[in-house]
Write a protein that binds this ligand. Sequence first.
Ligand SMILES: Cc1cc2nc3c(=O)[nH]c(=O)nc-3n(C[C@H](O)[C@H](O)[C@H](O)COP(=O)(O)O)c2cc1C
Length: 175
Amino acid sequence: MELKKILATRRSVRKYLDRKVEKEVLQRVVDMALSAPSSRNTRSTRLWVVTDKRQLEIISQMRDYGAAFVKDAPAAILVMGDKDKTDLWLDNCAITATILQLAVVDEGLASCWVHVNDRPVKREEPAGEKADTLLRRELGIPENYGILCAIALGYSDFQPADLPAYEGEERVKWL
Ligand SMILES: Cc1cc2nc3c(=O)[nH]c(=O)nc-3n(C[C@H](O)[C@H](O)[C@H](O)COP(=O)(O)O)c2cc1C
């Protein structure tokens, strides 16, 4: 798909058809995402592809706000960074996650970013357990991996509205 079309089509979708995403499709998405640039070519980003129902449920419970829909997603990809490789692991993760979301559109799927890094499990307890601590414990994620987000994905259950045009002049300044 043409990049302009991909950018115009991408919306956050949280409701998916009850349809498995084929392994080869997931593989192509991962391949495209891992073509992302990285600081000093450190290639610190790690992707874990989750299709197991129980593990998707764990991800859906990592926060009591904004993550529940992951339970019914056919897949989610955890975007993590090896902190031993670079102090810019978060930046590298964010670039990879963004390209991943565009790759998802290219494959005819839809996705939604579900934030992990530094978010509390309970919205009302900001100083309590963090979502990344919960995921690390429940999914056996190594200590040296920081977790930026999960990208939930699947075939969209509906046709999302087009992206609105960006607002006013404060978004861009011409010097
Ligand atoms: C850094 C970041 C964190 C986000 N975290 C969540 C989240 O935890 N849960 C969720 O449902 N959506 C999350 N989103 C999706 C945004 O809500 C969504 O991108 C925004 O509302 C704009 O809508 P659009 O993606 O359809 O353009 C996140 C998006 C970004 C970029």
